[in-house]
Design a protein around this ligand. Structure first.
Ligand code: FES
Length: 100
């Protein structure tokens, strides 16, 4: 199933937005002209990643500083050791969609 989340026009370079779809919180990020979609919640504790910061193709959690790869969701440093979910992004016209 393809789910529409938002429009490309909503982003500037190196920016991110929280998008809530059917009660689920997604983080959508634009880095170097590419879009990434991951779950907004850190895998370590309950902290929203939208409160962190983008660095290259990673998101840094604001609570304890773990970085996650936006493409794979992999936790790159402790304390988080579990990945976050990363979604396959599909572009449809000007829209950012994911496959569920
Ligand atoms: S809550 Fe994100 S690293 Fe601890």
């Amino acid at each position: 199933m393809i789910v529409h989340l938002c429009s490309k026009e909503d982003f500037t370079e190196n920016s991110m937005l929280e998008i809530i779809h059917e009660g689920h919180s997604y983080l959508v990020a634009k880095v170097e002209e590419k879009f990434y979609v991951v779950d907004n919640m850190c895998s370590h504790e309950d902290s929203e990643l939208i409160l962190g910061c983008l660095k290259d193709k990673t998101i840094k959690c604001s609570l304890h500083g773990s970085h996650f790869d936006l493409e794979t969701g992999k936790a790159l440093n402790e304390p988080a050791d579990e990945p976050i979910k990363a979604y396959k992004t599909v572009m449809k016209d000007n829209n950012i969609c994911i496959e569920l």
